[in-house]
Design a protein around this ligand. Sequence first.
Ligand code: GN1
Ligand code: MG
Length: 369
Amino acid sequence: MADSREKIIHVCGLFNLQGEFRSFEVINSGHINTTYRVYFWRDGELKDYILQKVNTYVFRDPVAVMANISSVTEFIRAKIKATGVTAKRNVLHYSTTDCGEYYTIVGEGEFWRCCRYIDDSVSFEQTDDLKIIEESGKAFGEFQTYLSDFPVEKLSIVIPHFHNTVRRYDALRDAIGENAAGRVDEVKDLIEGYLALEELATRSYRLQKAGVLPLRVTHNDTKTSNVLFDAKTREHLSVIDLDTVMPGLVAFDFGDAIRVAASTVDEDEKDLSKVALDLQKYEAFTRGFVGVLGDMLTEDEKKTLALGAVAMTAECGVRFLTDYINGDKYFRIHYPDQNLARARCHLTLTEDMVKKLDEMQSIVNKYCE
Ligand code: GN1
Ligand code: MG
């Protein structure tokens, strides 16, 4: 349920937002936190902010989340400023409270934070515009390059084993064993489908464990809606949603982005005949991402980039299926069977990627040359 206007005004006050409160709206795109856009009237213009209530069931240590976010944003801001340009629209700015904290706790442990809305920016859930897709590839590639020398020991692991695909499959097996919501029989075909993909889906993770693929500082939630673009030029400005910045694989940032950016459909499309990996969109994202990162990647990273898309799409699908079997405890749903729809759609998408994997890898190779 949305929070009341009075509550929103109260929380804004704790962050000392200046001007006169005008209105707020709920932003429904995320599955975890509760997000509002709030509007203030100041100096003859509307100023807007993103106010968020962090989901503390998912983020058990939200103070550590904010510590990660502030150190990463400060690091990026310093890098941008060192090039002599303003970082105002290229990295998030969080507001502080009177105590100088980037968060405030309200009532019974509600954890709130607030950041400036970047002026004249837009985001997209899904798009067919190849230029925007390429720009999103550049945005996530750039994010990695900014953080390539970030002191990794400064980061807390806010969700342990977040992209541990092996454990995500184990969690599915545990959920099947428990059958908490009595839904296992109904999803037998899906379980079979995902188990058939397990070897391939977990390969990237196992390659990292074997020391073949390096850990870097990665974003870990690279869906299209997590990039802001200039409203007019449609060039990328900044990546957002830094909750899960942690050590990870480049292939996972690439792959999780492909899961959304190169899909022909929304995450929960029910008409499976429409679900596919669009190779043109895939190429556009790859051109942007590899174009920026190119030389930074090891030969093994280059060779296994496309595999990351199979890993992340299967993993996300396994997580949706697990949550459905558990009775929808983790991801926010907007209608009863949404996690099931998401899981079905992701299985079909992963299967299509597996068919196209060689072609996908050739496209990576082309931009690595
Ligand atoms: C969640 O809430 P949102 O949309 O930023 C999830 C991601 C999933 C994504 C699927 C912390 O992200 O891992 O890929 O849903 N975030 C967390 O759309 O679990
Ligand atoms: Mg997120």
